[in-house]
Design a protein around this ligand. Structure first.
Ligand code: FEO
Length: 168
């Protein structure tokens, strides 16, 4: 049986992952408007990953005899000053999520909830990868932001990779 504190924290993290899904979709839509379809696809693939993250937690709660609580999802920002700013928003969000996952892992440890701890090991590793890919993409887009040609080349590169994997 899952403790009340862990249940509450897992439900809050499920909510945070659903918000991540929304945020990536908003960023994807921003890039579609700019006709940067490779960026848009990359962000949409990331959004799908976030949905999977949310559902993994949702099912874990159910399997442990808890009941998921589905809170309202806030409207994400939908406009940014530049492609670099949009990617930076994603990077900062991933850093925020890493902090949340670490706090959740600490709580699971304190509560001796080994099943949740094992599940969270996956999220800890996933965050290392997600922060690294977002960081790399941010630096790449910042490098070419004054060059339409560079931006288009990066966009084409992302279009090739976005369909099968969200890695840059
Ligand atoms: Fe589910 Fe990108 O953190």
């Amino acid at each position: 049986m899952i403790s009340k504190q862990v249940l509450k924290a897992l439900n809050e993290q499920t909510h945070a992952e659903f918000y991540s899904f929304y945020l990536y979709l908003a960023v994807s839509s921003y890039f579609t408007d700019l006709h940067l379809d490779g960026f848009a696809l990359w962000m949409e693939v990331q959004a799908q990953e976030e949905l999977a993250h949310a559902l993994k937690l949702f099912h874990h709660v159910q399997e442990r005899g808890g009941r998921p609580h589905l809170a309202a999802i806030a409207e994400p920002t939908s406009e940014w000053g530049s492609p670099a700013e949009a990617v930076q928003a994603v990077l900062e969000h991933e850093r925020h999520i890493t902090g949340r996952i670490n706090a959740l892992a600490n709580l699971a440890s304190e509560e001796k909830d080994h099943a949740t701890s094992v599940l969270l090991h996956w999220y800890v590793s996933e965050q290392v990868e997600e922060e690294a890919t977002a960081d790399r993409l941010y630096h790449q887009v910042a490098m070419v932001q004054e060059s339409p040609q560079g931006l288009l080349m990066l966009d084409r590169e992302l279009a090739g990779r976005g369909g099968s994997t969200a890695e840059v």
